[in-house]
Design a protein around this ligand. Structure first.
Ligand code: 6PG
Length: 251
């Protein structure tokens, strides 16, 4: 099933089937790379079930944890222990039990000054550049193997909100976002579109009837941040049946 652009839409029966399909895709990308693997995680509640699966023995045993590195696409200025901390949630569900600490790369917001989110963004940009081994992204060598994404009710993705200047950024790898458009209304740091695009696969997970309205707008081609996020490789939208717009059902 293909939308009217280069995104590929895959329907799942329900959120559980969707999480299983996402886990298999992540494992396939890891298996395809015999070297150092980089996965960019996402925030929100969407990836929770996927994270739980990755911690489960049957999946966990298939991951070469020593050579897989975990990053995050955006972060909120909340304490690391707050359930609203994106990397904090991933750590609590699976990373702290499974991954070597040196392979976990959080955005430094927990100890940073919320009045200066650009500072945290600059630090993360440095960390990404040093991991990548160059100051400029090269399409022949994607930064990430997989970038996970979600969609908010206003069409935002990562912390790229409609109308925000961050959407136009072409130079910086990460930027500060002083004001969020949705809860929690705290400053954030987000990777920029070119950074998120530098991946072999961008994988959106969208589930639940509450996502139906925004997906209908997005798949109709409305100019919203989630429609601007594209991988230089594959862009996959995994959508469960309750979120899927009518004209995509049964295709
Ligand atoms: C964030 C996110 C954000 C999220 C969507 C969907 O930090 O807010 O990374 O882009 O993915 O808002 O969130 P839900 O999965 O909770 O609906």
């Amino acid at each position: 099933m293909t939308a009217n652009d280069n995104r590929h839409v895959i329907a799942a029966a329900d959120p559980t089937a969707l999480a299983e399909a996402a886990a298999e895709r992540v494992l396939a990308r890891i298996a395809a790379n015999s070297g150092r693997v980089a996965i960019c995680l996402t925030g929100g509640s969407g990836p929770k079930q996927l994270y739980q699966l990755l911690a489960r023995e049957s999946y966990r045993n298939r991951i070469p944890w020593q050579r897989v590195h975990w990053f995050i696409g955006d972060e909120r200025f909340v304490p690391a222990s707050d359930p609203l901390n994106n990397m904090g949630l991933a750590r609590a569900i699976f990373l702290d039990r499974c991954a070597p600490a040196a392979n976990i790369h959080p955005i430094p917001t927990a100890t940073a000054d919320p009045a200066d989110p650009d500072r945290s963004a600059a630090l993360y940009e440095q960390e990404l550049k040093s991991f990548y081994g160059a100051d400029a992204l090269d399409d022949a060598h994607p930064l990430f193997d997989v970038v996970l994404m979600g969609v908010g009710p206003d069409g935002h993705t990562a912390s790229l909100f409609p109308g925000d200047a961050a959407l136009e950024e072409t130079t910086r790898w990460a930027v500060g976002v002083p004001r969020a458009n949705v809860e929690p209304f705290v400053p954030r740091v987000t990777l920029t579109l070119p950074t998120l695009a530098s991946c072999r696969e961008m994988l959106f997970e969208v589930a639940g009837a509450q996502k139906h309205a925004i997906l209908t707008r997005l798949f109709a081609g409305e100019n919203l941040p989630a429609n601007s996020a594209r991988s230089i490789g594959e862009t996959i939208w995994l959508v469960d049946s309750s979120a899927l717009p009518e004209n995509f059902r049964g295709q």
